[in-house]
Design a protein around this ligand. Structure first.
Ligand code: GLV
Ligand code: MN
Ligand code: MN
Length: 452
């Protein structure tokens, strides 16, 4: 299928597809462990429910479904040659705590729509529906990854790491806040930890990975543009830190005798902000913070906090971590405290493949041609011939999948840029444009693939 043929589709199909995506985002938002909010973590009963629903929608779009050994939900539209590699399209269905309804989810649902639009059904005169097939030399596979956020076990990208074959058996001992290990959770979910390697794919099985995602910052909104090509995804490290002091009477302990762990940790959190905020594309966030024993009349004897550290380049990020570590030594030394840390997540920066950046750019350009799904006049002041390219400080499954194949990403405008929050939003019109751009990107890749 060529881009031109896609262009001949009735433009309303993209809007209809976007309406279905938005309605399904609302439906998935109701599958939560916390009524009134959206929280859906890895290997939870809610995870099982959304996988079942996504599988139903995949089958309804003509895909052959299976849940893999890591709890990822997959849907395949095979090529005519059953040995042909596949282009993977997708994102994740897990959420952070008290999430919005689009982060990850919208990318999975858009992928299903794109595959529905692109598939071919050969004429079958017997009256029986012929099985749907990919119109390209490669198959199309929708991936709904099981854990991108790491909201339950701290370690992010568990589902996509299993697919990339970079699983580390040490992760089985990670614990959730209730003390349940990842191994116990997997068993309870019905997975066999001994078979996780079966989820791994070989590079030769894949043509690449394409993902559509809302932007999780305000850049596109500020520029008045709906879509962007992603150039790279930030590298990330996550740490759990513990500060140890001495718990003593709040009234009876003079200041010069105190070893207050909470104050040491507080200084550390401020140091993270001071160090990171002055460096380009380095972002440090302390998002969890607890004091123990946690009583009003006891000087805190222990404090625990998290650090999420990101950078455009792995080396810069690591240099900043060394700087933060030295600063923590100074602070804790001065306050007669001890500190130690455990690293729970480490993912390298991911640079999107030039060819996939090109086809995503072509996809965005195609949304501007006359007869496109949504009137190009809503595109604001952006220069259509030159799609905007953005660096993603937010993490995505492509960071893991990049270990085995090329990655490309499409961002959609997010009003105000709020994300990881219930107010997260994307408009129907931008999702319609995104579906068209993604479908066109796949069609362009199909044409490129045939040429090579
Ligand atoms: C996931 O969205 C992350 O960037 O942490
Ligand atoms: Mn996401
Ligand atoms: Mn997220």
């Amino acid at each position: 299928m060529t881009a031109a043929r896609l262009g001949a589709l009735d433009p309303t199909v993209f809007e209809l597809a976007a309406r279905r995506v938005m309605a399904r985002c609302d439906e998935l938002a109701r599958i939560t462990s916390t009524p009134g909010a959206i929280t859906r973590v890895h290997l939870s009963p809610e995870h099982a429910r959304v996988n079942r629903l996504a599988a139903e929608w995949m089958r309804e779009a003509g895909l052959q479904t299976r849940q893999d050994a890591a709890g990822n939900q997959l849907g395949l539209l095979p090529a005519a040659d059953p040995e042909a590699p596949v282009l993977m399209l997708g994102s994740h269905l897990d959420t952070v705590v008290d999430a919005g309804r689009y982060d990850g989810i919208v990318g999975v649902l858009m992928a299903i729509e794109v595959v529905r639009l692109l598939q071919r059904r050969d004429d079958d005169t017997s009256g029986v529906d012929a099985p749907a097939r990919s119109p390209f030399d490669f198959g199309l596979e929708v991936a709904a990854f099981s854990d991108e956020e790491g909201a339950r076990f701290g370690k992010a990208l568990l589902g996509s790491s299993a697919v990339a074959g970079t699983w580390d058996d040490a992760w089985w001992e990670l614990e959730d806040p209730d003390g349940t290990t990842l191994r116990e959770a997997a068993l309870e979910f019905g997975l066999d930890p001994g078979r996780v390697s079966e989820a791994a794919r070989r590079p030769s099985e894949l043509v690449g990975y394409l993902e559509a995602h809302i932007e999780q910052g305000p850049e596109l909104h500020a520029r008045g543009e709906p879509l962007a090509v992603v150039s790279s995804i930030a590298s990330a490290r996550r740490f759990q830190l513990v500060v140890e002091g001495e718990a003593r009477h709040a009234g009876g302990t003079p200041y010069d005798m105190r070893r207050d762990a909470l104050l040491g940790a507080s200084e550390a959190a401020l140091a993270v902000e001071r160090i990171c905020s002055t460096q380009h594309h380095i972002i440090g966030t302390v998002g969890q913070f607890e004091a123990f024993p946690g009583a009003m009349n006891i000087v805190p004897g222990e404090a625990r906090f998290s650090l999420d550290l990101r950078g455009e380049f792995d080396g810069e990020r690591d240099r900043v971590w060394d700087q933060i570590s030295r600063e923590l030594d100074d602070i804790m030394g001065r306050r007669r405290l001890r500190w130690h840390t455990r690293e729970v997540h480490n993912a390298p920066a991911l640079f999107c493949a030039p060819l996939l950046q090109d086809v995503v750019g072509e996809g965005i350009r195609s949304t501007l041609v006359p007869g496109s799904a949504v009137d190009g006049s809503i595109l604001g002041s952006g220069r259509p011939e030159d799609p905007t390219t953005l660096f993603s400080p937010a993490g995505h499954d492509g960071m893991a999948i990049g270990a085995i194949t090329d990655v490309g990403m499409l961002f959609m405008r997010n009003p105000d840029g709020v994300s990881h929050h219930p107010d997260e939003a994307v408009s129907l019109g931008d999702v319609a444009l995104g579906i068209r751009a993604l479908a066109e990107a796949v069609a362009h890749l199909g044409a490129e693939h045939r040429r090579t």
